[in-house]
Design a protein around this ligand. Structure first.
Ligand code: GTP
Ligand code: MG
Length: 243
């Protein structure tokens, strides 16, 4: 499948009531321990060759420009300035690696769909992104971030199709859930859930970096993908919750 960049520039956000809580599932059984706070920036790679070669397992954060990828990485790791956040879409132009212990990485990918980037630059990103997704052996899962107010646009759907075809687990964060009222957010969650229900290894949840919605759930998914076998707590000891 060919990945391509769509034109999209959407920053005209409207305010809405806040969601104060999210459905948190019971993660007490078989929890794997990962400390998300102990994280450090490793490198920014312009292409696949420049990516770290010690990676054992990594999860990439993908999504349209401005969807909240960098914010989500900061929220999950509890570091407000780890990944660069900007009101200007297209801020993340390189593949940024953050290490959670030896050989385990969170990867902040350049956003797709930012209309104001020159075509030449956009073509280059597209090629690098596609190469990374297709060839990066350490990639164990994709977090797809999609703004809850306009979820699953065409490119997002292509990412989902590609992940399913490639047998790569994919977890969708419906981001900025604080922008919708609780009921509207739940309705969107259910509607998207229905759409992906038949797909293997595709899961989803609500998420808000601003209001810390769904952070534990996202950490549990990341731990599941990234933690090494010796981190697995077979007994399901509830004291070993992800931090
Ligand atoms: N209300 C609200 N705003 C958010 C949330 N998450 C991110 N934002 C805002 O959305 C804008 C874009 O966030 P980023 O995290 O930089 O988005 P990105 O997906 O990394 O963008 P690119 O690097 O351009 O691809 C910033 O102004 C953030 O403050 C959220 O949960 N709620
Ligand atoms: Mg970013």
């Amino acid at each position: 499948m060919t990945l391509f960049i769509l034109e999209f520039d959407d920053r005209d956000w409207t305010d809405a009531s806040l969601i104060h809580s999210a459905e948190i599932k019971d993660f007490s059984k078989g929890i794997k321990k990962m400390n998300f706070n102990q994280v450090e920036f490793v490198t920014s790679a312009a292409n696949l060759e420049a990516c770290p070669d010690n990676s054992l397992a990594e999860v990439a954060f993908a999504g349209r420009s401005n969807a909240g990828k960098s914010s989500a990485i900061n929220t999950i790791t509890g570091h407000s300035r780890l990944a660069r956040i900007s009101k200007t879409p297209g801020r993340t132009q390189l593949i940024n690696f953050f290490a959670l212990g030896e050989g385990r990485h969170l990867v902040d990918l350049p956003g797709y769909g930012f209309a104001k980037v020159p075509l030449k630059v956009k073509d280059k990103w597209q090629r690098e992104l596609e190469q990374y997704l297709r060839q990066r052996e350490a990639l164990v899962g994709l977090i797809l971030l999609s703004d809850i107010r306009h979820p699953l646009k065409e490119f997002d759907r292509m990412m989902i199709d590609w992940a399913v075809q490639s047998d790569l687990p994919l977890h969708i964060l419906l981001t900025k859930s604080d922008k919708l009222k609780r009921g509207a957010a739940q309705n969107t969650l259910l509607a998207v859930q229905k759409e992906v229900a038949t797909l293997d290894n595709v899961t989803l949840q609500l998420f808000s970096s601003l209001k810390n919605v769904g952070v534990d759930e996202a950490k549990a998914k990341l731990s599941d993908w990234l933690a090494s076998p010796d981190m697995i707590d077979e007994a399901g000891d509830t004291n070993n919750l992800t931090t």
